[in-house]
Design a protein around this ligand. Structure first.
Ligand code: GH3
Ligand code: MG
Ligand code: MG
Ligand code: MG
Length: 422
């Protein structure tokens, strides 16, 4: 799927004679995505369109003023991926349009209206910066699956391995693999062992594994599912069935990500919330003890924040909280955790960070905020400061948080200050 989503700014052409349906479809897509949608309702309009300007075509197969042969003739030379909307994609229809670059059929029913299209667009968007790994010892099977995947999905990379051993190597050296299609019977390491090994490190929502096998013993499929395959397909299967399984599993992943964001992220700042802080802090604390690493905790609180609210209003207060969250996020490493602990309070976990470095980071944050000027909607220029307490001591996580909090309390004696637990 070379064209789709790769160019910046996604442009979609919708070919649909039902004006009411097209208008609502355009609205539904625009509500979710920042895509540019063009709708054509008739042959004349379509004749005047340069298809090369689009990344994706969503087309109805039957239109009032022409039959599918027109669509077929018009779209046959384009390499732009097509999502074809039909009432029922039967074999005869599929044969007729087999030369078109159709990447999926959208089955229109009264109940699903646009959900199928929106889901499909979500899935394609989600996969554009992820990779897939196909594991099979049969070169023929591998090539067939590769061709299908490359045609129908916008993965950044399509990786391959001829057995479980090679697959594990690829997984270790590529961090963005989201989906693995694996054969069962392979030399060196079979699909069962591969799944077991992958699951030691990656949960079923991190890497999706779909097992494919022609073994006749039916109990194999249930065992594969029980040890951690997300799905199973018996060979031979229809290409579209594989695509449905992929789509369903990716959709689940998207939903899980959304739920996690809702549970663990603060909507105002989009950084993690207090719940996530405790969830991760406990794990990090134990890992640090086990691996003999230092874990520093920073408690930060904006000074005289109430005054900002009282002087400029709540909205400006919110803006100051957002800016602060941004600065905190930018001041730490990728694996550190910044969370909104309360109203204008933030807690930061610095993993493998001795207290001396933690103090330097805190001081940098304090200075950045001291030198910052936040400008609100009414052009008010707001100056403010932050106080920070740090600790890396305490046998229990709760003790360490309490100690950092005590240091913050001390910093508040003067404000605009960093106090370290020495
Ligand atoms: P100190 O220097 O001692 O920390 O004083 P302060 O005014 O910053 O602290 P105080 O705890 O007295 O007041 C915090 C205020 O933050 C009170 C609350 O109304 C406000 N606040 C809490 N959450 C939000 C929020 O999400 N948005 C806005 N705008 N204000 C909030
Ligand atoms: Mg095999
Ligand atoms: Mg405060
Ligand atoms: Mg406070």
């Amino acid at each position: 799927m070379d064209y789709i989503l790769k160019r910046c700014g996604m442009k979609i052409l919708v070919i649909e004679d039902d004006k009411f349906y097209a208008k609502n479809l355009k609205k539904a897509i625009e509500k979710q995505f920042n895509y540019e949608i063009t709708v054509v309702h008739s042959k004349e309009e379509l004749d005047n369109i340069d298809l090369q300007n689009y990344n994706l075509i969503i087309s109805d197969i039957f239109m009032k003023d022409y039959d599918e042969t027109y669509i077929q003739k018009h779209l046959i030379h384009t390499k732009i991926p097509i999502l074809l909307m039909t009432g029922f994609p039967d074999k005869i229809l599929k044969e007729k349009i087999s030369k078109l670059n159709i990447v999926d059929f959208i089955v229109k029913t009264e109940s699903n209206q646009f959900t199928q299209i929106i889901n499909k667009l979500q899935i394609l968007d989600y996969l554009k910066n992820k990779s897939i790994l196909i594991v099979d010892d049969s070169r023929t099977a591998m090539l067939i699956n590769m061709k299908l995947i490359k045609k129908c999905y916008p993965f950044t990379e399509v990786l391959t391995a001829k057995d479980g051993v090679e697959a594990l190597e690829k997984i270790n050296s590529h961090s963005n693999i989201k989906l693995i299609l694996t054969d069962y019977e392979m030399p060196n390491m079979n699909g069962m062992e591969l799944i077991k090994n992958v699951r030691k490190k990656y949960d079923i929502d991190k890497i999706i594994m779909i097992a494919l096998s022609s073994v006749s013993e039916r109990h194999i499929s249930s065992t594969l599912l029980k040890i951690g395959a997300n799905d199973f397909l018996h060979k031979p299967f229809a290409e579209e069935e594989l695509m449905c399984r992929i789509d369903n599993n990716i959709k689940n992943s998207i939903l899980i990500d959304e739920i996690k964001d809702m549970v663990f992220k603060d909507p105002l700042t989009n950084i993690y919330n207090r719940r996530y802080f405790f969830e991760v802090a406990q794990k990090m604390f134990l890992t640090a003890l086990r691996e003999n690493k230092e874990l520093s905790i920073l408690m930060c609180d904006i000074d005289h924040f109430k005054k900002i609210n009282d002087t400029y209003g709540h909205q400006t207060g919110d803006l100051v909280i957002q800016k602060t969250a941004n600065i905190l996020n930018k001041s730490v490493r990728k694996n550190d955790v910044v969370s909104r602990y309360g109203g204008e309070e933030f807690a930061i976990l610095l993993y493998d960070c001795p207290i001396k470095f933690a103090a330097l980071i805190a001081e940098k944050i304090r200075k950045t905020i001291e030198n910052l000027e936040v400008i609100d909607d009414e052009e008010n220029k707001i100056k403010y400061t932050i106080s920070i307490g740090i600790s890396n001591k305490g046998e229990l996580l709760e003790d360490r948080i309490k100690k950092a909090d005590n240091m913050l309390y001390k910093a508040k004696e003067t404000r605009n200050k960093v106090v370290t637990d020495k």
